[in-house]
Design a protein around this ligand. Sequence first.
Ligand code: NCD
Length: 313
Amino acid sequence: MTRHLLSIDDVSAEEIQQLFTTAAEMHDVQKREVKKLPALRGRTVINLFFEDSTRTRSSFEIAGKWLSADVINLSAKGSSASKGESLRDTVLTVTAMGVDGLVMRHSASGAAHQVAGWLDIPVINAGDGMHEHPTQALLDGYTLQRQLGGPGSLEGKRIAIVGDLTHSRVFRSNVKSLGKLGASVIAVAPPTLMPSGIAEWAKADGFATSYTLDDVLPEVDAVMMLRVQRERMSGGYFPTSREYTVGYGLTRQRLALLREGVPILHPGPMNRGLEISPEAADAASSRILDQVSAGVAIRMSVLYHLLAGEESA
Ligand code: NCD
């Protein structure tokens, strides 16, 4: 298994299945009254978040705690980073306290990769700018695989990823991960939110693109809606919210275009009424809360494989 998890490039298709197998075992812990495994007893994990987060940070915290690690949360607001300390000094300082693993989120693409070069402990990327968010893609793949019938079930399945692709690290990690799992991805966005150079990229990585959601929905085996990331937008990417919803929102009317039972995913946080309607978010086929629950299991699995090491397996 990889030393760090910075990108989906760090894990092979076999390792992804291995992570899923462990995650399935970890998932059962959630149903227990006593949610504790001893695997990381005596280990310390720092969650260092330079960007806002609700589910990813709490998910890593719960995952670490259920494995009996000591988990410390640090956010940029309230840390010395806001006093002008460099990223390098911040991470060297916190890890000098005897930490065994670092989970980090940063607004700069490549930040986790850079930090991993400065430290000799495992680093897990919990989102770096517009680059990657590997544990999100793993929990998405895990959720879909369970939903569609277990190991191997994503082979040949068509998965639409829809929305603000330009700003999405979730999209970038999922293209790689779903590709490794054998699925064929269709990337759907308005032209202004398609990453530049996507045609060559799609050709190299074997995925399709479309500007027309209505044509894609009837053909897919799952649909993943992505948030419109206003905080990363500097200009006007679409005329009005209403026009975005009309073209690219999973509206009540569009739900009828999906085949019966097709799972609906969204990594959260959702802009209800913009990229996803309440009817879609709360549909019987919505797997959005299953993604959250899977997130803890996947992060337990990742922490376990990276920190406990093979010898204690
Ligand atoms: C995503 C993120 O932060 O990249 N959210 C998440 O981790 N659950 C997607 C987003 O912010 O839209």
